[in-house]
Design a protein around this ligand. Sequence first.
Ligand code: ADP
Ligand code: MG
Length: 261
Amino acid sequence: MVIESPQLERVTSYLTRLQLVATRDRLESVLQQAAKEETSYLDFLDRVLGEEVAAKNDKRMRMGVQIAHFPLKRTLEDFDFTVQPSIDRKLIRELETGRYLAHGENVLLLGPPGVGKTHLAIGLGRRAIAVGASCLFVPATGLVAQLLRAESEGRLDERLCYFAKPKLLIIDELGYLPFERQAAHLFFQLVNRRYEKGSLMLTSNQPVGNWGEVFGDAVVATAILDRLLHHSHVITIKGESYRLREKRKAGLLRSGEVAAS
Ligand code: ADP
Ligand code: MG
């Protein structure tokens, strides 16, 4: 049944004006339900505003995740911490609050392939979005390729701005390939630009001690590490590859047998 009244129209326009669109779009059914259940005024407001807030959070989350360009759908909820006892749960819980973002602190996720570094980075990225921060995910090789191309096309500054902007920049698989000299230099410029302003989250299968080789040049590596480690949380995962574990469980590998993951 469509109720038409000037008052209803007025309320609808108020809701539009206040951008309470979830309530506006369901106004009639919300009113009918309240009348049927004879809800108190407070209960009515509580429910309507609660649903409006939930709808807004949902939308922000969806848009934030779209902008972040996560390569996979992964959440902290579906990460099994019991198989990785080396991970400091307290630190993960602290990072989930997003407080590190306010101070531009960095997070390093280190460990061999398959232990869940990318999964955790995406999960923490989603948490960052949930607490209202902007997030962008980029593989290290893609990042460097983009910076090199931008430089050759004379628009390096614009690209550096793009990567400097998000409150959290996740750079995945640093050290998988060593950087050429110029790439390391461009990477330094980005780290420098974000320093103490925006958080970096890096995943790497190389221990920090090897990063000199990753960046090719010891001087650049020191300058990068200096800024990265100054305010940083380091999570070192020591366990075995989750992929191999799954294979082993399925009987495809014997215990102790090694395979490329
Ligand atoms: P890494 O980045 O360390 O190489 P990934 O994060 O890509 O590892 O993990 C490999 C695969 O295993 C992914 O599909 C990931 O979701 C899954 N995985 C890894 N660790 C866990 C875990 N502890 N619980 C659930 N899934 C996991
Ligand atoms: Mg990974």
